[in-house]
Write a protein that binds this ligand. Sequence first.
Ligand code: TRP
Length: 324
Amino acid sequence: MAPQAQIARRFEPSVGESSFACDVIAGLTARPKRLPPKYFYDEAGSQLFEQITELPEYYPTRCELAILSEHGADMGRLLPSDTALVEFGSGSTRKARILLAAAPAITAYVPIDISSEMLANEAAALWRDHPQLAVLPVEADFTRPFRLPPPVAAQPRAGFFPGSTIGNFEPHEASAFLRHAARMLGRGAILIIGVDLIKDVGVLNAAYDDAAGVTAKFNLNLLARINRELEADFDLDTFSHQAFYNTERRRIEMHLASRKRQNVRICGRVFDFRAGETIHTENSYKYAIESFGALARGSGWTPRAVWTDEKGYFSVHALAVADH
Ligand code: TRP
């Protein structure tokens, strides 16, 4: 018992350490080692992610934009007039803009994001371009309960969750998120949600391991960020990006693999890595149209419609809150 207690003590973050520090220490203490993907998106990471969306290999963004452009009007026809569109984790408003232009039923837009600066800037820019639209940003973690702005409570509501971000959750978390979204949006609500589809493994692998190495840089930026913010000494040249489709679990896994046996200092603590040992940084689950429909049905929603791009790479589903 004693040695174990000592180890536990050694890794217990001291008072005053940020939640970033706590999460990093907890993740690298776990076996297998892991890091929470939400920390990818600092300034540098967000810029790298923008670059990923333009890569020739990264099809999801292009496919989803094409689906929204081509079928946005059909999506809009599922919405009652005077609908408030609530976007979960809005980031840029690029995709919402397509829907807003195609769906005159939408008269209010509620972007929800934790990044207050991006939220305020994007909301202001959108309102400038759509002065007749009520733009009501909410600064919140969209996976937690939040309060909708009062005017929206009296309107029909539609949720918007593009980008296949649902795929970054474990299936049980995806189900919990769908239940949470149903609760937040309430009776009669519609959810428009982007879901990446199972496809040729070569296409999947290339999308997360591009030739130009941008996704590698994005993944490694997590270590660079830990160096910048937590007084760590990761040598980035000794870690490599690994991304591969796990057929059995129907997910892309992203890892950072240590090229050699080494120690790394973070916040005054020492973490050791075996040669080849990996830090698991993200999953991106892929679904078949039917399997996502089943997940939705089991999570308080009824599938209403689904659209795909011409290659059948990506899907956008319209779900309706189930009556009971
Ligand atoms: N949710 C998207 C996806 O899984 C976007 C994304 C999240 C992503 N993390 C990523 C893309 C890391 C590339 C690399 O595809």
